[in-house]
Design a protein around this ligand. Sequence first.
Ligand code: FE2
Length: 438
Amino acid sequence: MRDYSRFFEPGIIMYDLIVRGARLSGQSSLVDIGVADGRIAAIEAQLDGVAKECIEAQGDLTLPPFVESHIHLDSVLTAGDPRYNESGTLFEGIQVWTERKPFLTREDVIARASEAIRWQVANGILHVRTHVDICDPELTALRALLEVRESVAPAVNMQIVAFPQEGIPSYPGGAELLEEALRLGADAVGAIPHYEHTREAGVASLHTCFSLAQSYDRMIDVHCDEIDDEQSRFIEVVASLALQTGLHQRVTASHTTAMHSYNGAYTYKLFQLLQKARINFVANPLINITLQGRFDHYPVRRGVTRIKELWREGVNVSLGHDDILDPWYGLGTGSMVQVAHMAVHTSHMTGRAEIAETVRMITTRAARTLQIEETYGVEVGKPASFVIIPASDEFDLIRRQPMCRYVISHGQVVAHTNPARTTVTLGGRTEDVDFARE
Ligand code: FE2
């Protein structure tokens, strides 16, 4: 902490920023947070000291920043270009994207990704794991997103997953492009085994993925079993390889929607393996509630992975937005709170403790998925990165979904929203309405 004591009365500490009256998660009494040199220097009931800048939190919920653990920043904001996904299926989405890819340019990708990141920062997201399609001989999107990663750091911590959207053995030169993406600096290796031409090719793609991760010392994040086929069981291969290689928490399985349809006996066996493998799961409820079930007659499956069951079994689960205005999802503003709200509904996580847990799935649990726990959290000594939201607790946050009043990254205010004010006039009386209830 910087010592300004020589400029002031002895004993008075000067901070760069003091946040007064912050409500930390699960705590009834308010605290002050002192920030110096981009780090949290003190958290006390009443902080002595002065600061260049002071923020009155007014009892607002103060959380570590939201973590987006699964997004595709290369395809964001392309919905309708060259055409809309009319069937709403994953497969038409991939087809539309394949038609759009030849028109990708460095400037196009940088402009759209940068706009989406501004939306994310406004929504309190300061850690982003993005997948980028590397099934492109020029690797145009990957090169562009590497530039974006550089330009937004250190305010936004971005991880890039080299994602073979059209397969590894099933796409000409797929393995070579994947390796080149790692050489260029991607943080994690991806795969899409359920999309490979055969089951054998799917298994082979996972061996390639794990082998590259070991050679280049990178994390793994697999698009795994994103299909309603109950026979799609690549998750057992991912978990088994994580166990064999010892990569454990450095491995993430995304989507796993086929798990929705697994029978009880197989699920029991699988969960025994998951306990040993200690991998992470990312569910994308906004997207999969719309993409899945498209080939069903009634009753139509929800197709979202078993978020609640995985969490109850002690498996680390986080949530991702996946897509914003692109061929797979034509809606969205990049809000993780909206994602958690959908998880509450699709996973029957409506109990008070369960709703609070969905907030951990977009904060602390997501930080574990990204392997950033050491520098994440509202704690003395950690980077001064947090959000101040006009909500009384996690339940209130999910119910009303207010915007963050302040988003602070390494001690700097990077986004500020003045809460909307609504008045209602009835019976001659005008009153403020903010939907809050004690
Ligand atoms: Fe995805």
